[in-house]
Design a protein around this ligand. Structure first.
Ligand code: ADP
Length: 190
């Protein structure tokens, strides 16, 4: 199996690139942000529970996330593997993911990190706010999300570097050029 994590701060283009990678390599795209937003839209009990947290730019609880992941993984059996987008975001989630994959006799193949500086991500998120109207794309919430990323998610870089599973890709430029560099890296794995 090919199991990838697309890593990077909010606004680094994980969603866009994940969709393309999933299609190209026949992987199941698992975006925890998309799953959570759909729960909110459908006003499920889970959606109602997480709405306020997401609107503040905080992280949804690890236990809830792990449950969600387990369900998402179970649903996908016919693909070559997974591309995780927006997950894991904490040490707890990263360790939980390892255990979950181990149980299935597989593991993370590689973490691909989209390198985009802070000014650029803020610019992108603010322009996305105008286009999509995501409630967590206001200036105040964006700055909180970046802080949360810095405090809780960025430490995972070391976790994966120690396992020699971390590679960086320049995340600025055209979508196609960025995708080509990712494709080259992934192709070398198979
Ligand atoms: P972005 O990467 O642009 O911040 P996402 O769509 O990945 O957007 O996530 C949106 C929000 O959903 C996050 O700010 C957080 O509140 C919640 N969320 C998504 N994934 C996770 C996760 N793995 N753990 C905790 N909360 C999450």
């Amino acid at each position: 199996m090919l199991n990838l994590i697309l890593f990077g701060p909010p606004g680094s283009g994980k969603g866009t690139q994940s969709i393309k990678i999933a299609e190209c390599f026949n992987l199941a795209h698992i975006s925890t942000g998309d799953i959570l937003r759909s729960e909110i839209k459908n006003q499920t009990p889970l959606g109602l529970k997480v709405k306020a947290v997401i609107e503040k730019g905080e992280l949804v609880s690890d236990n809830l996330l792990m449950e969600l992941l387990e369900n998402a993984i179970e649903k996908e059996k016919s693909k070559n593997g997974f591309i995780f987008d927006g997950f894991p975001r904490t040490n707890f989630q990263a360790m939980g993911l390892d255990t979950m994959l181990e149980k299935r006799n597989t593991s993370i193949s590689l973490v691909i990190s989209l390198e985009v500086d802070r000014d650029e991500v803020v610019k992108r998120l603010l322009s996305r706010a105008k286009l999509e109207g995501r409630v967590d794309d206001t200036e105040e919430v964006i700055s909180n999300r970046l802080q949360v990323y810095h405090n809780q998610t960025a430490p995972l870089i070391d976790f994966y570097k120690k396992q020699k599973k971390f590679v960086e890709v320049k995340g600025i430029g055209s979508t196609e050029v960025i995708f080509d560099s990712i494709k080259e890296i992934v192709s070398a794995l198979i």
